[in-house]
Design a protein around this ligand. Structure first.
Ligand code: DOR
Ligand code: ZN
Length: 349
């Protein structure tokens, strides 16, 4: 197979940042995707419908002429999110989910939730008005090994949460473990999960070696939840390519200035917006499942969110190419994930 034409996909988990940096990365996503669920972890976070509306307007204003793209906004859940803010968000028609960051779990999560018990009013309202909860599923206890934090989250937080709010629509974001994939397959009720391209392509060894096995720290491969061992990657690949409509595409493309990643305390996040579909296609081809790519990339997400599937199509061609080594990012630059690696599929312009 040398060309792959599918319904135009959407990105169900994306970080765009703000200001000039946002304007620099936005065209990469808008070229690949019709819509994206835009994460609210700005500084300060997007905690109100009014702030989401204003952020949406800044994104739309930054879109280059000729690119059609719809940002789907989210709110950042805090211990103090009132039920009436949830009602406003739902009524706005522009907010499509509320993001749960356990406080301290990841980049810009310090205003996140310290205890789900403090969010009962907001969660009950979300269940009532049917506004999905998008979950960064990691416990934050310092005694829990960073590679186990997602697995612990399922038993400690997710199962009790879904017992308390059985009708709440939940997206378990950027799952990274066999346990998470198994949970999503087996769970009752309305649950979906996004899977990134990088968690389908790489295991944790890539944090410490390049594609040829040359050792050394690879900060651009560091994200949270962190890459896991190969058995987990295999489970994610099976989940993404198995045709189950609960699994759908979410890049978690998360740009950071080069200097903040290549640092003694490098921050978490991988920028994949410039090569997302190509990287997913690589993973599906590895699994011998290119025929299932369209469902994962273009059908399951809108079906879960209750939005129409896109009418347009995109085509990927078998053509080897390389990403640029760096991309302008506001006053700095960023290093895209997989820069330097040959990419065998190319999105036709
Ligand atoms: O690696 C990550 N980067 N994980 C997250 O959850 C947040 C993201 C970011 O905003 O940079
Ligand atoms: Zn994210």
């Amino acid at each position: 197979m040398d060309a792959l034409t599918i319904t135009r996909p959407d990105d169900w988990h994306l970080h765009l940042r703000d200001g000039a940096a946002m304007a620099d990365v936005l065209p990469y996503t808008a070229r690949q995707f019709a819509r994206a669920i835009v994460m609210p972890n700005l500084k300060p976070p997007v905690t109100t419908t009014a702030a989401a509306q204003a952020y949406r307007e800044r994104i739309v204003a930054a879109l280059p002429a000729g690119l059609r793209f719809a940002p789907l906004m989210t709110l950042y859940l805090t211990d103090n999110t009132p039920a009436e803010e949830i009602r406003r968000a739902k009524a706005s028609g522009i907010v499509h989910g509320v993001k749960l960051y356990p406080a301290g779990a990841t980049t810009h999560s310090d205003s996140g939730v310290t205890s789900l018990a403090r969010c009962s009013a907001a969660l009950a309202e979300m269940e009532k008005v049917d506004l999905p909860l998008l979950i960064h599923g990691e416990v934050t206890h310092r005694h829990v090994d960073v590679f186990d934090r997602e697995r612990f989250f399922i038993d400690e937080q997710l199962i009790p949460l879904r017992r308390d709010f059985p009708a709440l629509r939940v997206v378990f974001e950027h799952i990274t473990t066999r346990e998470a994939a198994d949970y999503v397959v087996a769970a009752a009720g309305r649950i979906g999960a996004t899977i990134t391209a990088h968690h389908l392509l790489y295991n944790r060894t890539r944090l410490f070696a390049d594609a040829e096995g040359r050792t050394g720290m690879r900060p651009h491969y560091y994200c949270l939840p962190v890459l896991k061992r190969e058995t987990h990657r295999q489970a994610l690949l099976a989940a993404a390519t198995g045709g189950n409509p609960r699994f759908f595409l979410g890049t978690d493309s998360a740009p950071h200035p080069k200097g903040e990643k290549e640092s003694a305390c490098g921050c978490a996040g991988c920028f994949t917006a410039a090569s997302a579909l190509e990287m997913y296609a690589m993973a599906f081809e590895e699994a011998g499942a290119l025929d299932r790519f369209e469902g994962f990339a273009s059908h399951h997400g809108p079906d879960f969110y209750g939005l129409p599937r896109n009418a347009a199509q995109v085509t990927l061609r078998r053509e080897q190419w390389h990403l640029p080594a760096e991309i302008k990012f506001g006053s700095a630059s960023l290093v895209p994930l997989a820069a330097g690696e040959p990419l065998p599929w190319k999105l036709v312009a």
